[in-house]
Design a protein around this ligand. Structure first.
Ligand code: DMJ
Length: 586
């Protein structure tokens, strides 16, 4: 015993000591419990809880894939230095940034930009490609002059637009353009864009963002820029941003909500989505980018999040094998039985086949889900019009709505890139289906006065691939039809796709080009167009990129090595076997 202290300790009775200890442990439990209620951005919470929040990567298809992917990482390279972005989150989900870029480059089958940047030998095609490059430069220069640092250009009023989709992030047109400028060889413009990202892309914004839009445009844009150029700055930026998206997955099912506050990490569902549901095309369009975030960070948490979504979707009962557009992130049940290959559903299907292709054709689960979904789509949604046009209708609880959105026109491209890997006896069928859908979408263009397609076209009440409602007649520089031309060209080399692409170039030049950029139009059927004063960032990232690729040789971003995300940002195929073989050889 210490001098002056009684045998019962500090002069207290045993019962008093017990009460004191009880009180103390209660206090500690209370303080620790309170950490859970702090916003995710609070550093204290990250320090205490970041380890416990992430679960081990399960050893299912995704787990295996993840382990294999990690083979391409070098543990020897030192961690990145000199990051200008000040974010406490670097220590959270992103534990290791020693991705070996040189090793990655060696795993590509072909040089990303081809032998001569995909320069076509045919003079007319080259001339057309030059025209598209000029359009990109024109769109970019005007954005730079009038809207630099804002999200989009308003070409009529010559100012910038910020909007509320990106949670206070700026420069959407810059991030969306990086890879397009780079592959077109517009190097001064690319360098300006890169410098802006390095010095001015502030990721510490505190606004409400669409998880989907930030993912496809910013995460996708930065990932592509990194993989194409090897600039470490892009990787550091994307890692910081990727981590800010993680709290959106903190729901009872792990299905993320649509909106996230990038500062506090709180998330919620879109007010317009019924019963607080999440949207299939939003939570189903994260897979490609999140797998690459895991790849670059050596942290499985991103893959784990998207594999969890996959697992739920795979298990849940599907009406007629179809995936409805709305799902509750709380119960994990479908909220409404609306099915669409256009808006609200579209890129979920796209990401299934692309996940398979991006996994070097090892992600069997994605493959199975894709072909079963396609079978259900064919059985329930694919229709032939009286005039012989194949289209994909929408499905409302068993009743068909004979309408096809412009957004659904990406599906020609989707079906053709998956044609080879389905059942061998179905290969020709898929090629035909892809060609028929692309033909229908071309018809929606050629049946308008401007030769540009409406937002949605119908096949009822005597209509054939034309919009019947005033509200469906607009064209906002969307890429989907041209995207399908590009894939159809790459996989069939039928010259009509290049012709159709050229028709689109001429129409864009005639009707959408204004003095200070490109603008959408309000009515594709009107002889005299009315402009909507918006140069969408996807015009630079997708529409012009797909046109440029359409008039390039196939060795510019070869499809054996690259998969385009839904915003046309190329992401490399993750090669496992090659890497592990290389390792064994060493
Ligand atoms: C783009 O942002 C993406 O293609 C997305 O998947 C759908 N909508 C636009 C372009 O239309």
């Amino acid at each position: 015993p210490l001098p002056g202290v009684s045998a019962s300790g500090m002069g207290l009775r045993l019962s008093q000591k017990f009460v004191f200890l009880l009180f103390l442990s209660g206090l500690v439990t209370l303080c620790f419990g309170a950490l859970f209620f702090l916003p995710d951005s609070v550093r204290l919470k990250r320090i205490f809880l970041s380890k416990t929040e992430s679960q081990p990567v399960t050893k299912d298809a995704g787990g295996e894939a993840l382990e294999d992917m990690m083979l391409s990482r070098s543990k020897t390279e030192s961690a990145s230095k000199g990051e200008k972005v000040t974010s406490s989150s670097n220590q959270g989900a992103n534990t290791d940034t020693s991705f070996d870029y040189n090793k990655f480059k060696k795993c590509l089958l072909k040089p990303p930009l081809g032998i001569e940047h995909g320069k076509p030998s045919d003079p007319q095609t080259l001339q057309r490609r030059e025209k598209v490059k000029e359009m990109m430069k024109f769109a970019w220069d005007n954005y730079k002059s009038f809207a630099w640092g804002k999200n989009e250009l308003r070409p009529l009023t010559r100012n910038g637009h910020i909007g509320n989709m990106f949670g206070g992030l700026r420069g959407a047109s810059i991030v969306d353009s990086l890879d397009t400028l780079y592959i077109m060889g517009l190097m001064d413009e690319y360098n300006d864009a890169k410098e802006w990202v390095e010095t001015s892309l502030d990721l510490n914004s505190n606004g409400e963002a669409s998880l989907f839009e930030v993912n496809i445009r910013y995460v996708g844009g930065l990932l592509s820029a990194y993989y194409l150029t090897g600039e470490e700055m892009f990787k550091r930026k994307v890692m910081v941003l990727g981590e800010k998206l993680l709290p959106a997955f903190n729901t009872p099912t792990g299905i993320p909500r649509g909106v996230i506050n990038l500062g506090s990490g709180t998330s919620w569902s879109w007010g317009w989505a019924s019963a607080g549901s999440s949207i299939l095309a939003e939570f189903g369009t994260l897979h490609l980018e999140f797998v690459h975030l895991s790849e670059l960070s050596n942290n499985g948490i991103y893959t784990e999040k998207v594999m969890n979504i996959r697992k739920l979707l795979n298990k849940i009962e599907k009406p007629h094998g179809l995936y409805p557009n709305f799902l509750s992130p709380v119960s994990g049940n479908w909220v409404q039985h609306h099915v669409s290959i256009g808006g609200l559903g579209d890129s979920f299907y796209e990401y299934l086949i692309k996940s398979y292709l991006m996994s070097d054709k090892t992600d069997e689960e994605a493959k199975k889900m894709y072909y079963s979904a396609l079978e259900a789509i064919e059985a329930n949604l694919v229709q032939k019009s009286p005039g012989g046009l194949t289209y994909m209708a929408e499905w409302r609880g068993g009743i068909l709505d004979h309408k096809m959105g412009h957004l659904a026109c990406f599906s020609g491209g989707m079906v053709v890139i998956g044609a080879d890997d389905g059942a061998p006896e179905k290969r020709q069928h898929y090629l035909d289906l892809a060609a028929e859908i692309t033909h229908t979408c071309h018809e929606s263009y050629s049946r308008s006065a401007t030769k540009l397609g409406p937002e949605a076209f119908r096949f009822d009440g005597g209509a054939e691939a034309t919009a019947t409602r005033l509200s469906d007649r607009y064209y906002i520089l969307r890429p989907e039809v041209i995207e399908s031309y590009m894939y159809m060209w790459r996989l069939t080399h039928d010259p009509k796709y290049r012709e159709w692409g050229w028709e689109a170039v001429e129409a864009l030049e005639q009707h959408c080009r204004v003095e200070a950029g490109f603008s959408g139009i309000r009515d594709v059927y009107a002889q005299t167009v009315s402009h909507d004063n918006m140069q969408q960032s996807f015009f630079l990232s997708e529409t012009l990129k797909y046109l440029y690729l359409l008039f390039s040789d196939d060795d510019l971003l070869p499809l054996e090595d690259w998969v385009f995300n839904t915003e046309a940002h190329p992401l490399p195929v993750v090669r496992k076997l090659r890497v592990s073989l290389q390792k064994q050889v060493k």
